[in-house]
Design a protein. Structure first.
Length: 104
């Protein structure tokens, strides 16, 4: 997964952002080893921010609230109808009220 997203970040850096924030003159006059090390480091920082910030931060919270939070209210007796999907829409076809029926 990391390799695929690293390649996507590199494509973004080159084709979408045109090596921003680096100036074209710096790219032309800097030694390739220095330029490669700096661009690799910058791409790793962007990759880390993308994975930790977006995928593990924002996106995982959205997925949690869509898939798991909706059935938390049925764990209490009586069911909390205003804070969850009660009765859950999967109760008839899954023969369970657990939101984890798809995990098995």
């Amino acid at each position: 997964m990391y390799t695929r997203w690293w390649l996507i970040v590199l494509i973004w850096m080159v084709y979408l952002f045109d090596f921003w924030p680096f100036k074209r003159a710096w790219l032309n006059r800097t030694h390739p080893l220095i330029k490669g090390a700096i661009l690799t480091f910058v791409s790793f920082v962007i990759l880390y921010a993308l994975i930790k910030g977006f995928f593990e931060g924002i996106l995982s919270t959205i997925v949690y609230f869509i898939t798991m939070h909706s059935h938390m209210g049925i764990l209490y007796n009586p069911w909390q109808y205003f804070t969850s999907i009660a009765p859950p829409y999967w109760e008839q076809f899954a023969k369970t009220v657990s939101g984890n029926f798809h995990a098995s």
